[in-house]
Design a protein around this ligand. Structure first.
Ligand code: XMP
Length: 510
């Protein structure tokens, strides 16, 4: 498949460049900036993008790519820092300039390739302190702003281009069209990247890897990643896939039924393992959050081990690792190294299981997984379900996990979800749940004073869980949630709303 390679110079937007190019139907992947030219050439990219980054090209330790990349004859597009580095490496001059941050008006001087079919003036997003002062030989100005005479430049003969602004961010009008022009018109990359093609390729790939007679094990949680992984493997090898669904006793209200029903409707019957007693027994005297996580991971591995012993042998373990996880580990180039990371992912699984790892989603972003899920028939409410942490309600119960606190956390969380859905807020927020600890507060119930639990509500907005902000829910909605919780959940007298953003807080309380 034709691909565009994006070299990452440290910009927070580097992933976004990949995603925008993929949205144009062209496959794009992110690689470290210091990849050597031979490895890069071996990947046969149709085009190369240099991302932005926080450095200045004239600093002594500035990240600079392998110089030979510039002479591979493959079209190049530099963005922000990437643009300045191109100018610097090709003999132009980059200097500290008037800082430009935010929206600027871009005036297009040449619309013959990069700006083809784009109106003459557009808003663009700038975020830079350096700028090109003199262009390298062969380059012409393609667009300017009031303060940047060379906001876009190009050397048509060498097919090398530079943009001082960020076409990948939503604030740049027609940014996606500019990236499309680069990928499709300048690089001639074919628009072959679609989720239905992906499904065909993934199924073929799994069939190629898992040999006749080999069997695959997958743990499913009902979350979108493990569900789609299981569906793809099932489509490829049918009943040679065994799925297990472990109930650790820390699931949301009605969750086990919902997950099992979904899989049944999709034609997969997971093995249901009710291990709730085991987990809760081991957690009963533990209040340290890290210890809770550790115990849950350990116990999960044991349950898994028992399942393998009883229902094995298996040769493969299927996992829902996504592209950002692959990239984060910095090992995307080498398949060997990537497999090592996968083993680490299966926290706590004993080595003797000796399972090879199958990761059909390792090329995909979350929104692409959602598209695949829809194509595979996963019901919309499961596709849009909020993320739920592996350790479940244990991280939403502060202090010891008791039956009483579990009951309160479950019921109150359900009320939060129901009320958000009713008010049209559920799909607008990243996560929404209730937290319960050991704090108590006095309330009046009937004629008596009650020393009840305090429940905290956490509703956050986020793009990727790296940062998050508390959702500004309407007061009436908060009032309804609070009323229902104190009326319907026995033992709760107070309801509070968490107004801490991440950072410094985290999304989960534990
Ligand atoms: P924090 O609390 O770190 O959470 O801001 C960020 C995102 O990760 C989820 N989360 C987890 N997911 N295992 C998981 O699978 C975990 O141990 C875990 N801890 C947090 C959390 O729900 C949020 O979406």
């Amino acid at each position: 498949m034709d691909k565009i390679v994006v070299l990452d110079f440290g910009s927070q937007y580097a992933h976004l460049i990949c995603r925008r190019i993929r949205e144009q139907g062209v496959y794009a992947e992110l690689l470290p900036y210091n990849i050597d030219a031979d490895t890069l050439a071996g990947m046969n990219p149709k085009g190369i993008v240099f991302s932005g980054g926080p450095a200045s090209v004239y600093e002594s330790n500035a990240p600079i790519c392998d110089r030979r990349i510039l002479t591979l004859g493959v079209p190049i597009l530099g963005i922000c820092y990437g643009h300045q580095m191109l100018v610097h490496m090709l003999g132009g001059v980059v200097k500290k300039a008037r800082r430009e941050y935010g929206s600027a008006e871009l005036m297009i001087d040449d619309d013959s390739d990069l700006f083809m079919n784009i109106k003459p003036r557009i808003r663009c997003w700038m975020s830079h302190g350096d700028a090109a002062e003199a262009l390298p030989e062969g380059f012409r100005v393609l667009a300017h702003t009031e303060s940047s005479f060379a906001a876009a430049i190009g050397d048509r003969a060498r097919r090398i281009y530079g943009l001082q602004f960020h076409p990948e961010v939503a604030h740049t009008e027609h940014g996606s069209d500019i990236l499309r022009n680069f990928a499709v018109e300048i690089c001639n990359a074919r628009q072959e990247w679609s989720m239905s093609n992906f499904i065909d390729d993934a199924v073929r790939d799994i069939r190629g890897k898992v040999r006749d007679g080999e069997r695959v094990l997958a743990a499913v949680s009902g979350g979108i990643d493990s569900t789609v992984t299981a569906l793809l493997v099932h489509r490829a090898i049918g009943d040679r896939l065994t799925c297990i669904f472990v109930n650790h006793g820390l699931l949301r209200e009605g969750e086990e039924g919902e997950v099992l029903d979904m899989f049944n409707a999709l034609g997969i019957k997971p093995m249901y393992i009710d291990a709730s007693r085991r987990f809760l027994e081991r957690l009963k005297d533990v209040d340290d959050p890290e210890e809770k996580r550790l115990i849950i991971g350990e116990e999960f591995a044991r349950v898994f081990e028992d399942a393998v012993r009883e229902h094995g042998p298996f040769q493969w373990l299927a996992q829902g690792t996504l592209y950002p996880d692959v990239i984060e580990s910095g090992v995307s180039i080498s398949r060997e190294a990537a497999t090592i990371k996968s083993h680490h992912n299966v926290a706590g699984l004993p080595k003797w299981l000796n399972l090879k790892v199958l990761e059909p989603l390792r090329q995909l972003y979350k929104d692409e997984v959602r598209q695949v899920a829809r194509l595979l028939g996963v019901p919309e409410h499961m596709v849009n379900r909020h993320p739920f942490p592996g350790p479940g309600l244990a991280v939403r119960i502060i202090g010891r996990v008791t039956e009483e606190k579990l009951r309160i956390c479950r019921r109150a969380s359900k009320i939060v979800e129901e009320e958000l859905a009713r008010a049209g807020w559920y799909d607008r927020v990243w996560q929404a749940f209730a937290i319960v600890g050991d704090d108590r507060a006095v309330g009046v119930l009937g004629d008596g004073r009650v020393h009840g639990h305090v429940v905290s509500i956490r509703v956050v907005e986020s793009m990727d869980a790296m940062t998050a902000d508390w959702a500004r829910l309407p007061h009436e909605l908060l009032a309804r949630i609070s009323n229902r919780i104190t009326n319907e959940v026995d033992g709760v007298t107070w309801v509070t709303y968490v107004i801490s953003s991440k950072p410094p807080a985290t999304i989960e309380p534990q």
